[in-house]
Design a protein around this ligand. Structure first.
Ligand SMILES: Nc1ncnc2c1ncn2[C@@H]1O[C@H](COP(=O)(O)OP(=O)(O)OP(=O)(O)O)[C@@H](O)[C@H]1O
Length: 255
């Protein structure tokens, strides 16, 4: 389909640990459309980070293919931005310089336009000359997101970006990332261990299985931002059920 930005076809990946072969990803097939917010959940060790690394080009697959805008991904590229759980900002650079780092192919003025626009987007313009150690965890993650967007990538890949934040900051950051998503118009793929976060943010939720059963995808028909609504709890329970394979246990919605 023409609005597909990322195609993942029959992806397989195994690792050898202590001479034992571990199949981490098997039969993974996902088509992602431009502008989607995909959230990925799955049990620890099921291969979420490995999948994200393969999309980023930081890891290779054993078989299968991933195409971005029809072009096979064969390594890292500026058309994909990556944000990790730790902000990974360079401590000796200001936050503005951190965002501009890696844009040295551009003129100084162009770099500056990009960094200032992104700082405004993440609501940190007044901190442009601060150093990473002067920021809170949530602020540093907002800078990391701005840096991930600096090369104007097609897709932003986020590996559990709010995992190290306290619960209240995490809720604020979920609102922030939605604002950034709608302002930047980017396709986002985010790993999370938090099912509620996956439902709150995702336009589709990918559930990776640790039993080599490929993936399951739950579509969130309309964004649901009310965490206590019936629809929200219904989808949350659906994800729980997929994760714990408790298909015979009919859930009740006594809310
Ligand atoms: N470079 C590597 N060499 C060998 N094994 C690896 C490597 N990277 C990952 N693995 C193994 O692949 C499996 C999946 O790891 P991965 O980090 O993708 O899981 P995950 O779903 O992101 O886990 P978590 O939710 O705990 O972060 C694990 O068993 C891990 O030990």
């Amino acid at each position: 389909m023409s609005d597909t930005i990322l195609e993942i076809k029959n992806l397989e990946k195994k690792f050898i640990i202590n001479k034992n072969e571990i199949k981490v990803l098997e039969n993974i097939n996902i088509d992602i459309k431009k502008g989607e917010f995909i959230t990925i959940v799955g049990h620890s060790g099921c291969g979420k980070s490995t999948l994200l690394k393969i999309i980023a080009g930081l890891e290779t697959s054993d078989s299968g293919i991933i195409r971005l805008n029809g072009q096979e991904i064969k390594g890292p590229g500026i058309n994909r931005g990556v944000v990790f759980q730790e902000h990974r900002l360079l401590p000796w650079l200001t936050i503005k310089e951190n965002i501009e780092f890696g844009l040295d192919n551009l003129l100084k003025k162009e770099r500056e336009n990009i960094s200032l626009e992104l700082l405004e987007m993440v609501n940190l313009l007044e901190y442009k000359n601060a150093y990473p150690k002067q920021l809170s965890g949530g602020m540093a993650q907002r800078v990391a997101i701005a840096r991930g967007l600096a090369s104007n990538p097609e897709i932003l890949l986020l590996d559990e970006p709010f995992g190290a934040l306290d619960a209240l900051t995490r809720i604020k950051m979920q609102k922030e990332i939605l604002k950034i998503w709608s302002k930047s118009n980017k396709t986002m793929i985010m790993i999370t261990h938090d099912i509620e976060e996956a439902v709150y943010l995702g336009t589709r939720i990918v559930i990776l299985s640790s039993k080599s059963a490929g993936e399951k995808i739950i579509k969130v028909e309309h964004p649901i931002r009310d965490r206590s609504s019936y629809d929200f709890l219904y989808i949350k329970n659906k994800v729980y059920r997929e994760l714990f394979e408790d298909k015979n246990n009919e859930l009740e919605y006594n809310i």
